[in-house]
Design a protein around this ligand. Structure first.
Ligand code: 5AD
Ligand code: SF4
Ligand code: FES
Length: 346
């Protein structure tokens, strides 16, 4: 196993079977995390990029079996923030020092193309980088958002097992999701994708395939976290994912995509009090603190146990700054686009 790790650390390549073995093996887990931490330091450095997350609507037309925002969940109160409020949250995020805002919502047709364009153009005048995370759209819409100022787009593939994907996402089509990722790449976005670890019916082989998919599409960003069972969804009885397996998937992803941007996700911290700090020391280099205000935070409930639901944007900014400083890292003072590096540049 040590030879496999060494090979991955120096060549950034792994065979599927070796990924499976690394995922299985407990004895090398600590060495895997240390290797991912070294690759992170060598390729993307000690700076941590902060992205201010604005959860602007919890309304969704989709019905993903795992997600609390699914349209059939009648137990949550739905909200939509109006453009003035969204722009105001972005402006405040900037005053807290964020260089990027992430606009995230369910798939909510209420926000017409014209509305999104207006929001993007207004936020762009603030000089912020903008990441969108609003689901599957047409190529024309992606193009229009891009022209209005969107720089990056997050669209997790969720799982690369097509049958499992279509079972968990009724009415959705795996090939359309791939089409979206392809369009986004062609339109010049920095493209983020990712998965949930520990979905019911997901095998280690499937996770290995997911990691190889990130590599194959050369994803600019990879967000992943454990699946957490939500009592208000059809998967209420499913066992959730494990923190340690999600961390391994993340660490192997860092080995194979050394210069990508990898967030220490909120779901990691939902399962482990130090989850984001541990992730930052096992390959991650990005954190996305919440800048949504007031009651909306707890209404954006993808899964139970979401962190920071009673905290303010100012508190979270200070909290995360403290965690980053405590592990000897610093907060980046620039937008944090992917800095492509080949091994020869080191
Ligand atoms: N547990 C963990 N992550 C979830 N997501 C949705 N529901 C859950 C859950 N129950 C993730 C999906 C989605 C992202 C916004 O949140 O991966 O892409
Ligand atoms: Fe909607 Fe996204 Fe939740 Fe699916 S995962 S129900 S698309 S918010
Ligand atoms: Fe929100 Fe720590 S990041 S309280």
């Amino acid at each position: 196993m040590q030879a496999v790790l060494k090979h991955a650390e120096s060549t950034h390549q792994l065979q599927k079977q070796d990924i499976v073995r690394l995922l299985e093996d407990e004895a090398t887990a600590a060495d895997l995390f240390a290797a991912a931490d070294r690759v992170r330091a060598a390729y993307v450095g000690n700076e941590v990029h902060l992205r201010g997350l604005i959860e602007f609507s919890n309304t969704c037309k989709q019905n993903c079996l795992y997600c609390g925002l699914r349209r059939d969940n009648k137990k949550i109160t739905r909200y939509r923030l109006m453009p003035d409020m969204i722009v105001e949250l972005a402006r405040k995020a900037q005053t807290y020092g964020y260089k990027t805002v992430v606009l995230q919502s369910g798939e909510d047709p209420y926000y017409s193309l014209a509305m999104m364009q207006e929001i993007l153009l207004r936020i762009k005048t603030l000089g912020l980088a903008i990441t969108l995370s609003i689901g599957e759209k047409t190529r024309e819409e992606y193009q229009a958002y891009r022209e209005a100022g969107a720089d990056r787009y997050l669209l997790r593939i969720e799982t690369t097992d097509q049958a499992l994907y279509e079972q968990l996402n009724p009415g959705m089509n795996f090939l359309n999701r791939l089409r979206c990722l392809q369009d986004l790449k062609e339109l010049g976005y920095e493209v983020g994708t990712g998965i949930m670890v520990g979905l019911p019916g997901q095998s280690l082989e499937s996770l290995a395939q997911d990691i190889l998919f990130f590599k194959a599409i050369n994803a600019d960003m990879i967000g992943l976290g454990p699946f957490i069972s939500n009592p208000d969804t059809p998967l209420k009885a499913a066992g959730g994912g494990e923190f340690s397996l999600a961390l391994k998937v993340m660490a192997i992803t860092r080995l194979l995509l050394p210069d990508s941007n990898i967030p220490a996700t909120t779901a990691m911290e939902a399962l482990n009090k130090q989850g984001r700090t541990i992730a930052l020391q096992s390959g991650a280099n990005v954190v996305m603190p919440n800048v949504t205000e007031g009651e909306y935070r707890e209404l954006y409930m993808l899964y139970p146990g979401k962190i920071c639901i009673n905290d303010t944007p100012a508190h979270c900014r200070q909290c995360i700054g403290g965690k980053i400083a405590a592990i000897g890292r610093s907060v980046a003072q620039h937008a944090g686009f992917r800095n492509r590096k080949s091994p020869e540049q080191l």
